[in-house]
Structure formats: C-alpha cells, structure tokens
Design a protein around this ligand. Structure first.
Ligand code: FNR
Length: 183
C-alpha cells in the first residue's frame, strides 16, 4: 500500500508544548507507511472574511497541506474549557471560502494533554462539534485524555513507559481507522 500522509495540527504555539511533544511521540508509535507532518499555524493572520478572495501565502499553504493529506490528527490543549483560539483560527481559515473547504471527508483523530485531571475532555468535545460541521469524521473510541505527568515522555522524544501501552493502543485504532477511510 502507498504511504499515508497525516497532517498534524497542534493547538499550542508554546515552545515546550506538551501537546507538541505528544504529537511527536505519537508519530513514533505508527507503522512505517504512515508519515506524520506537523503543520505550521503560527504565521496565519487572524481570520478576516474580507480576505477570502486574496488569502495570505500561509493560508494557501495550510489548505494545500490539508488537501494533500489522507488523514488529520488534532493534538490540542484545553484553554478555559475549550480548544485554543489559535486552533480555531487555523480551522476557520482552512474551511473557507464557503464551498472551498479543505476538510470534507478527511478522517481525523482528536487527542490532547493538559495539566488538569480531566485534561482536554471539554476541549476535545468542542473540537469534535466543529469538525462534525466541517464533514470531518473523527475516531470516536478510544477517547484519550492525557494528563501531563513525569515519565509521559522519554529522553528521546518518544512516549515514556507510563503512557506507552495506552497510547500504542490508541494509535493502533487510529491507524486502522484511517486505513479504512483512505480505502
Ligand atoms: C490553561 N490550562 C488548562 N488546563 C485544563 O486542563 N483545562 C483548562 O481549561 C485550562 N485552561 C487554560 C487556559 C489558558 C489560557 C492557559 C494558558 C492554560 C493549562 C494547560 O493545560 C497547560 O498550560 C498546558 O501546558 C497547555 O498545553 P501545552 O501548551 O503544554 O501544549
């Protein structure tokens, strides 16, 4: 089977983001024919519908990267019981202009890590709502609400022993599900 490209969108711009580390670590749990690429969203302008006819280079790039991918992976923190504005901004850009969304039909995983005990549950729920509207099917189970703890990551940027079994199980289900959608 030809390689499967996954566009990864991380909802944090923070340099030492746990979610970026989670995205990097998860990619190492995937089979060799899966290629995960983290997309840049920190150079997108704030979405303004007036610019729909003349989108910035960064917006065009984001949309073509999403279109080229067979699957999506959203790795998001929770900000004030929702997902961060930077992620919503990126999604709004890639969904517009009306009728020219980059999203329809792309299978997506939704996962996240936070410092809180119910970490990212509400952020993920809000994100799933938005993705449903955009015709992005999301892997429903297993859900993964990861709490940032010592040992979550190893020294090489992989998933540490504390979360490896659970996250490997999550990745296996995600991979099988993307393969089904990618046909
Ligand atoms: C947070 N944090 C947070 N955590 C959580 O579990 N639920 C929440 O609602 C919030 N709200 C929130 C708002 C804002 C503005 C910030 C900056 C932070 C804490 C959050 O989990 C923590 O900062 C993570 O480290 C953010 O993820 P990254 O940047 O490490 O990927």
């Amino acid at each position: 089977m030809a390689g499967i490209e996954i566009a990864v969108i991380v909802g944090s711009l923070r340099k030492d983001s746990f979610n970026r580390k989670l995205a990097t670590g998860l990619a190492k749990l995937a089979p060799a024919d899966f290629a995960f690429r983290q997309l840049r969203i920190d150079d997108l302008p704030l979405y303004n519908q007036d610019d729909d006819g003349n989108p910035a280079e960064s917006v065009q790039r984001l949309k073509s990267e999403i279109r080229a991918a067979q699957g999506l992976l959203f790795v998001t923190p929770e900000y004030n019981r929702s997902f961060p504005g930077v992620l919503k901004n990126a999604i709004d850009h890639a969904s517009r202009p009306y009728g020219k969304s980059a999203f329809p039909g792309k299978p997506a995983g939704v996962i996240g890590v936070s410092v809180g005990a119910i970490g990212t549950a509400l952020a993920q729920q809000h994100l799933r709502n938005v993705l449903a509207y955009l015709d992005v099917p999301t892997l429903a189970q297993p859900e993964a609400f990861v709490q940032a703890k010592d040992g979550l990551f190893d020294a090489d940027g992989g998933i540490g022993p504390a979360g490896r079994e659970f996250l490997q199980g999550w990745m296996d289900r995600y991979v099988a599900w993307v393969r089904r959608h990618a046909g």
